[in-house]
Design a protein around this ligand. Structure first.
Ligand code: AMP
Length: 147
């Protein structure tokens, strides 16, 4: 199998993220420093439009980012992935994941076939968006449903 030197693993922090990481760790072949983890956080403006004006949106965004960084660190610890290889970025996953892959010069993106947005379909919207936009190889991990 073709060996990829640097791998970007996209996780949505759902419980299915473990399935994506298990495959990515096998691909890293014992060298976890080859893995980078990314979580893309929705802008608070789209998550809480009602909050505009009532509280400082900048503060809300900062809190949401800190909370996501903590969850991503906990997930990375579970799989022994170095803390310096973690990225939380704000935006839309289907465009931010390929953009980060380009910036980090990775040669493979690993993500789930579907997550919260694509349950019971072959490919979710993030997965198909990343496949269309990425300049590098993309591996989709078939997420197994628990029901
Ligand atoms: P979806 O296509 O949105 O159903 O999700 C497919 C896969 O894309 C998930 O299993 C994750 O690997 C990845 N993904 C979805 N949303 C995000 C996100 N916000 N940040 C990083 N990766 C994500």
């Amino acid at each position: 199998m073709m060996s990829h030197k640097k791998i970007l693993v996209a996780v949505d922090l759902s419980k299915e993220s473990d399935q994506v990481l298990e495959t990515a760790c096998k691909l890293a072949d014992g060298d976890k420093s080859r893995l980078r983890l990314i979580f893309v956080l929705a802008p608070v403006m789209t998550s809480y439009p009602f909050a505009a004006g009532a509280v400082a949106l900048g503060d809300l965004q900062e809190q949401a980012t800190e909370s996501a960084e903590k969850k991503l660190r906990e997930l990375a610890d579970k799989f022994d992935i170095p803390a310096e290889n973690l990225d939380v970025v704000v935006g839309a996953p289907a465009s931010e994941i390929p953009a980060e892959a380009k910036q980090q010069q990775v040669d493979l993106i690993v993500l789930g076939s579907h997550g919260t947005s694509g349950w019971r379909v072959l490919l979710g919207s993030t997965a198909s968006g990343v496949l269309n936009a990425a300049d590098c190889d993309v591996l989709t991990v078939r997420i197994k449903s628990e029901d």
